[in-house]
Design a protein around this ligand. Sequence first.
Ligand code: ATP
Length: 365
Amino acid sequence: KRNVGIMTSGGDAPGMNAAVRAVVRAAIFRGCKAFAIKEGYTGLVEGGEDYIKEMKWQDVRGLLSEGGTNIGTARCMEFKERWGRLLGCKHLIEAGIDALIVCGGDGSLTGADLFRAEWPSLIQELLETNQITQEQYDRHKHLYICGMVGSIDNDMATTDSTIGGYSSLERICKAIDYIDATASSHSRAFVVEVMGRHCGWLALMAGIATSADYIFIPEKPSSSKVWQDQMCNIVGQHRAKGKRKTIVIVAEGAITSDLQPISCKDVKDVLVNRLGLDTRITTLGHVQRGGTAVAFDRILATLQGVEAVKAVLELTPDTPSPLIAIDENKICRKPLVEAVEKTKNVAAAISERDFEKAMSLRDSE
Ligand code: ATP
């Protein structure tokens, strides 16, 4: 029997609560103790009962339908330093935890992987400096880690969906539906900014689901002349056919082929100056993170939470840490390191404007 800790880390995503509930209950169901580590890696660095709390079955009652993450999440700079991870190691051992499930984005999972790789040297140092006993050392020689992907951007390689992606998409579509009504009434154009610095999944899917007139995503840059002509052409045609509203979706990370960011203001100016449209900008911002998780994310988080507990109980010291994924509708395990590396390579290729490489990396998933 292992004592299983669960934490949520990085940006919050709808469905993280469902993941915590599933892990806690699956662990208890399998005869293990379950612990919540609060405020992401800050909880590990701080330690103690305020931050690491044993969870009973009823502690997660009602959590499935709640948005956000009730155990808190944070960005923790201290955990990026070895001394922070040393404290994390000590506090996990003090709490008796030997398996850790981290639900977060690629940054959080990178931290988790590093923590596991460093564990032998951290625990050795704690023993040598008499911060833990020989008995604690023998029991905690290995840390078992498993990753779950909580991220609204749906930007993790090797999994089809991340926990929170479809909830965020649903929120964007709802917001655009609301905007549609006022746009049609006044015959206006709206430029809607959505999240996605390196990944245009939200903008692309929202574009399809709301039948937007035009979208901008980081993966498809074009020269200013091309996008301006193309957008005006399409919007002009739609207007000529009697359409009274115009919706253009811009992902945060949209750029031109000569590396310039495309802002909502740039798009608005073109719609105003070339087509004479009364145009407004709506930045959806944190609304995209809020609210309850859609059914898909609740189910995904629940099935993946159960699988994550199964995985940490089956891990041996030699097995690589798994990431719980969904691949062609099946919940499965993928090597965590590879998934994180691939995700970072795609993001790096997009930052370096090497779109062919980014696309071929995505296609090879
Ligand atoms: P999101 O997709 O919402 O940005 P994320 O998990 O990628 O989520 P980050 O801010 O990158 O968010 O990472 C969350 C936390 O994970 C960091 O604040 C830090 O505590 C830890 N972390 C990230 N990268 C590393 C690293 N290289 N080494 C150790 N810890 C890390």
